[in-house]
Design a protein around this ligand. Structure first.
Ligand code: BGC
Length: 415
């Protein structure tokens, strides 16, 4: 081989090695709980976006709606000194990890791209620690929704319920029509998700006082007894096989018309879309009766752990997640709405447009609250105490009066 050619080969080999080095640095390992059909479809929008930017993806899915199992897996990884690069996280969990000093700092990209001006303060409360950006919010979900099968709705009179009494009338009509009125999965976080909406339906001041401020009077009030009574009433519309069922299987029951409706956050919409259904035609989305104008929200944020290598990939991922085009494309599929306030609703379906309008209105009117069930009202220890009581009551272990007492006690003990 001529010297020139040898030099050329060496140059090419060096360039390839450098490229490989850069490519391996541009890699993220992402821990998340997006494992249902709709969630996986949204996740692949993110994966493709990153891969298009030369950032490769190592997947660490931990199934389990609401993310409890994912958080357990995360603790094990961090304890073993092997934190993943990026982690899907909710509300107070972000604050807990930030307080432990193990999260990376995203200020470079946040300041360069002006996140402060486009992320609502209610989200920044969770995305920042001591003034530094430590998480990138990808979306805003909300929990006070009901997803109704359109045919079942029409067969039950056709008018979507706007009050508690209208809701019960519709559930009764669905029962009379021979379907399971309420598709539900018996897991504590799913019962807690309904509880968010039920408490909110008794007044947004009541939601704030009880679920966020943990005001003892509100917790022990007659309204709280009524909230539990409403939960017991809803339980009577669920089929016998609900125990342990995953949320997306309950969505499937509504999609297939076996059940009339599901009370669930707007990630459920992702399942309807994945099944090829269209809002207004195949299914209808309404706010839980009595909660129109108020929103209990949760935001999926990506937290970057402070790991030795991979900082560039982390910043690249944070920048991607916050890109306005990406926020539209991802949330159209996920069922959520953009975390940024400057993304147009053009590409969203009617439920998405409604979600965006409701969020803006609730933010303006002071009726936007963090979801208890999804970690945005109180820290995990208290959330779990509430879960235990709500689920025990739903499963018939306590009557409503006992549940009220147990709730106040469990919260006190968890404080
Ligand atoms: C998350 C959603 C997810 C849902 C069900 C919620 O806590 O915010 O992104 O789809 O759990 O898994």
């Amino acid at each position: 081989m001529k010297l020139a050619n040898i030099l050329k080969s060496i140059a090419i080999a060096t360039a390839l090695a450098l490229f490989a080095g850069a490519a391996s640095a541009q890699k993220v390992e992402v821990l998340h709980w997006w494992t249902s059909g709709g969630e996986a479809a949204a996740l692949s929008v993110l994966k493709k976006d990153l891969e298009g930017k030369g950032v490769s993806w190592a997947d660490m899915p931990v199934a389990g709606g609401g993310g409890e199992a994912a958080m357990t897996a995360l603790r094990a990884r961090v304890t073993a000194g092997n934190a993943p690069t990026a982690v899907q996280m909710l509300g107070f969990d972000i604050k807990d990890w930030a307080a432990q000093g193990v999260l990376g700092n995203l200020n470079t990209v946040a300041n360069k791209e002006g996140w402060d001006a486009v992320i609502p303060k209610a989200l920044q409360f969770f995305s920042k620690h001591e003034g530094n950006w430590i998480a990138a919010p990808v979306n805003v979900h909300s929990t006070n929704w009901v997803w109704i099968n359109k045919k079942a709705l029409d067969a039950a009179g056709g008018k979507a319920p706007a009050t508690w009494d209208e809701l019960l009338a519709m559930l009764d009509a669905m029962k009379a029509n021979g379907i399971i009125p309420l598709g539900h999965g018996g897991q504590a976080w799913q019962e807690a998700t309904i509880f968010d909406a039920v408490v909110l339906s008794l007044g947004h001041d009541f939601y704030k006082a009880s679920m966020m401020d943990l005001n003892p009077e509100a917790l022990k009030s007659g309204k709280m007894k009524e909230a539990f009574d409403r939960m017991a009433k809803l339980r009577s519309y669920v089929d016998d096989n609900f125990s342990g069922r995953d949320w997306n299987l309950a969505s499937a029951m509504v999609i297939e018309g076996k059940a009339g409706m599901q009370m669930m956050g707007d990630w459920a919409k992702g399942e309807f879309l994945k099944a090829g259904q269209k809002p207004g035609m195949d299914f209808v989305c309404i706010r839980f009766p009595g909660t129109q104008g108020s929103v209990t929200f949760n935001s999926d944020q990506f937290v970057m752990f402070d790991i030795k290598e991979g900082g560039d990939a982390q910043l690249a991922m944070a920048a991607s997640v916050m890109d306005p085009k990406f926020q539209s494309a991802f949330n159209v599929v996920k069922g959520s709405v953009p975390a940024r306030t400057d993304v147009a609703d053009t590409d969203f379906d009617d439920c998405g447009k409604k979600g965006m309008a409701d969020l803006a209105e609730a933010g303006k009117n002071g009726s936007l609250f963090g979801s208890m069930a999804h970690g945005h009202a109180v820290p995990a220890a208290i959330k779990n105490a509430i879960y235990d009581v709500v689920t025990a009551h739903f499963n018939g272990e306590y009557d409503s009066a006992t549940a009220v007492d147990e709730l106040a006690n469990a919260i006190d003990a968890a404080k």
